[in-house]
Ligand binder design. Structure first.
Ligand code: ZN
Length: 267
């Protein structure tokens, strides 16, 4: 192993471990922010019996597995979401290091922060139908870093304007036609930020993926549930997943698709 490879292996290990620990903090954010609780006080505790978690109850993934997904004291079940968020954030930070660190450490860090924001948007919007501005701003900040790193400011600016205008149209369109909000205004702001982050090409891809995923899930839900019952569903989780795929795999998917088109026209 040459020194350069050794450094990269260290970067991967650090990114993964740090990602797990930050994932642990994201659990606190996802639970407390929508409930208007302080992020720092009190320390982590069981929501059933108030048992204060010791440091060894707070080790990402391992504590959950060791305790069998139950509180140490009262044995109340702990949502598997805690472990899922930790694992997911660790894996995404590892992916950002593997994909982007060689070209630009700054972009790799920005992408990792965006991934964590997307995890928060996904789980908070799923439960509370709410996208907090602070996460949208972090996604937009990722777009600013992308522009500084790659210099393609026009692509990103077009993405931001297109996202804002299209979603604003959908927002007012839904109010005019359905006489109610089909989208939240948080979705409109988020779409502009995602467009800035991804640039217009990858933004289109992300929105296609989000729409197809949302349509498929709605079909399944309508099959399972009572079709007459009108319930509202959040769009943010789908936007977050689409953005994530666009961010991590957008370039690869788009070049694969172009190859496919070119290959077919030549034959
Ligand atoms: Zn307990």
């Amino acid at each position: 192993m040459n020194p350069q490879e050794f450094v990269m292996v260290c970067v991967y290990i650090l990114a993964g471990l740090l990602g797990l620990c930050v994932g642990s903090f994201l659990n606190v954010v996802i639970y407390r922010l929508p409930n208007e609780m302080s992020l720092s006080k009190p320390g982590s505790h069981c929501t059933v019996c108030n048992y204060s978690l010791k440091w060894y109850d707070n080790i990402p993934v391992l504590s959950y597995l060791f305790l069998g997904g139950k509180c140490r004291k009262c044995k109340a079940p702990i949502s598997p979401r805690y472990m899922i968020v930790e694992l997911l954030n660790g894996l995404l930070w590892l992916a950002c290091a593997a994909l982007f660190w060689k070209d630009s450490p700054a972009y790799a860090v920005a992408a990792a922060v965006v991934c964590s924001s997307l995890i928060c948007i996904f789980f908070i919007d799923l439960e509370h139908m709410l996208i907090f501005n602070r996460f949208t701003l972090l996604v937009a900040a990722g777009g600013v870093v992308a522009i500084i790193v790659n210099g393609k400011w026009l692509e990103h600016l077009i993405g931001a304007v297109a996202g804002g205008v299209v979603f604003l149209g959908l927002y007012y369109g839904a109010i005019a036609i359905l006489k109610k909000e089909g989208l939240g205004f948080g979705d409109v702001k988020y779409a502009a930020a995602a467009g800035l982050l991804l640039g217009w090409q990858k933004f289109i891809l992300a929105m296609l993926l989000a729409s197809v995923a949302a349509a498929l899930v709605m079909i399944v839900i309508n099959r399972v549930k009572d079709a007459d019952k009108q319930t509202e569903y959040p769009f943010g989780p789908f936007l977050a997943v689409g953005t994530l795929v666009g961010l991590l795999a957008g370039d690869a998917i788009i070049s694969w698709y172009i190859q496919l088109l070119l290959g077919n026209t030549i034959v």
